[in-house]
Write a protein that binds this ligand. Structure first.
Ligand SMILES: Cc1ncc(COP(=O)(O)O)c(C=O)c1O
Length: 420
């Protein structure tokens, strides 16, 4: 009987050692992607900066891996920032995002001297100015702009369209108020603009469209206010392989065209080319992770479908129920058996929508078989919950064929920890 090998490890043995459900991450894979960012973006193009979007997957160990690579990190909450602080992540390489940062989160960021804060709305500038004054510190900010681009991705992971909760709309009055406000401030220094058009994007068309729009804005603020944009943050969003028809493209597919477009537009408008920042998250960790489950109840509804339930589901992977995300999976202890049956993989939650995969081809299954859902490295652990008071799985990191625990499995007592 042959078992599924992931990152050089026998996954059935991992399931036996750590129990299921279990998140397994490949450090080698993550390091490969981080290396690709260095080689094909940072070293290839001058005046560039890359930050890993930590919302995709963050633990202290992940923050250490990113720190060691020399790449920066984008955080979007006090909790993500606090994780970075705990591993002495270089604060000048942190970019702090969020459409509703609290005053406490902003204070944590400014007190710790984060490199840049991406301002999402005008009231935020007042809070930043006040805290900057308190710490007598110049705070570098970028304005997040929603450039009015509808990317071809699920509407819950589109972010750059005009009707969006993110960013300052690219519209005359809003830009004028933002510019007039910020240019008067003493402790807040605008260094540039940011946009992020969405996630799991498979081509570079919309990044290019967004850059054309942003270049016009850069020219306009130069003409109207004499303001020189020093930095343009182009966000993340590069897609990965989840299921057929989806593939992870090399980073350069996106970034070469981003740089080329910015250079051409700067030449056309007589602008100096700003520092270009990228923020990939999913592309770095998505395919680095799998989730291993044990199969429990198998229920055949004659002539309709067979539901195969696993010991996890929407609490460890909310993406299928949240935005109909598609996944592939393998029965890890039956790799040599022909896939003969069509089944639906259901989670164990008290929700009809808790389905991980509709219509998966599998060998004949028995209770106790083990299933690995693939490409679960991004937005799974980081989006997990305790719904139905189910403890979160452990996270195991594999490096050069060796496994180590990086997050312990939660216990029932962990769930009760804050109950009074
Ligand atoms: C501002 C910003 N930057 C970067 C990312 C990372 O996106 P992805 O994981 O698709 O690369 C996101 C995702 O939501 C984002 O909102």
């Amino acid at each position: 009987m042959s078992n599924f090998i992931f990152a050089g490890c026998d996954t059935v043995k991992l399931a036996e050692k750590y129990k299921t459900p279990l998140y397994v991450m490949s450090e080698d894979y993550i390091k490969e992607r981080l290396k690709e960012i260095k080689k094909d973006f940072l070293e290839k193009h001058e005046k560039t900066m890359a930050v890993y979007a930590s919302k995709a997957f963050l633990t202290k160990e992940m923050a250490r891996i990113v720190k060691e690579s020399g790449i920066g990190m984008d955080v979007v909450s006090g909790g993500e920032l606090y994780t970075a602080i705990q591993v002495d992540f270089p604060m000048e390489k942190i970019i702090f995002h969020g459409n509703n940062k609290t005053i406490d989160e902003l204070e944590l960021a400014i007190e710790n001297n984060v490199g840049r804060i991406v301002v999402d709305h005008l009231e935020e500038i007042d809070m930043i100015e006040e805290i900057g004054k308190k710490y007598n510190r110049k705070v570098h900010i970028l304005f997040r702009i929603s450039p009015g681009i509808d990317s071809h991705t699920h509407k819950y992971i589109q972010t750059g369209q005009v009707d969006s909760k993110f960013g300052i709309p690219l519209e005359e009055k809003s830009i004028k108020s933002a510019m007039e406000k910020v240019l008067k401030l003493k402790f807040t220094e605008l260094v540039g603009f940011h946009f992020h058009i969405g996630s799991q994007i498979s081509d570079n068309e919309n990044h290019i469209k967004a850059i054309r729009i942003m270049a016009q804005l850069i020219k306009k603020v130069k003409d109207d206010y004499g303001f020189i944009v020093k930095e343009l943050n182009t966000g993340g969003g590069y897609g990965i392989h989840y299921s057929e028809n989806e593939e992870r493209k090399p980073l350069a597919y996106f970034t070469d065209s981003i740089i080329k477009e910015i250079e051409e537009r700067c030449k056309e408008y007589g602008l100096e080319r700003p520092l270009v920042i990228i923020e990939p998250g999913r592309w770095v960790v998505g395919e680095a992770g799998i989730t291993i489950y044990t199969i429990g109840a198998i229920k055949e509804i004659p002539g309709i479908r067979t539901y195969v339930s696993v010991d996890g589901g929407m609490p460890d992977n909310p993406r299928p129920s949240l935005y109909e995300a598609k996944y592939e999976a393998v029965v890890i202890n039956k790799l040599d058996k022909e896939p003969t049956d069509l089944v639906t993989i259901a989670g164990k939650c008290c929700e009809s929508g808790d389905i991980l995969i509709w219509d998966l081809k599998v060998p004949t299954l028995e209770t106790g078989d083990k299933l690995a859902v693939l490409s679960t490295g991004a937005y799974n652990y980081s989006m997990s919950s305790n719904y139905n008071r189910i403890p979160r799985p452990a996270v195991v990191m594999i490096s050069e064929g060796k496994d180590r625990l990086i997050v312990k499995r939660e216990t029932y007592d962990d769930i009760l920890r804050n109950d009074i």
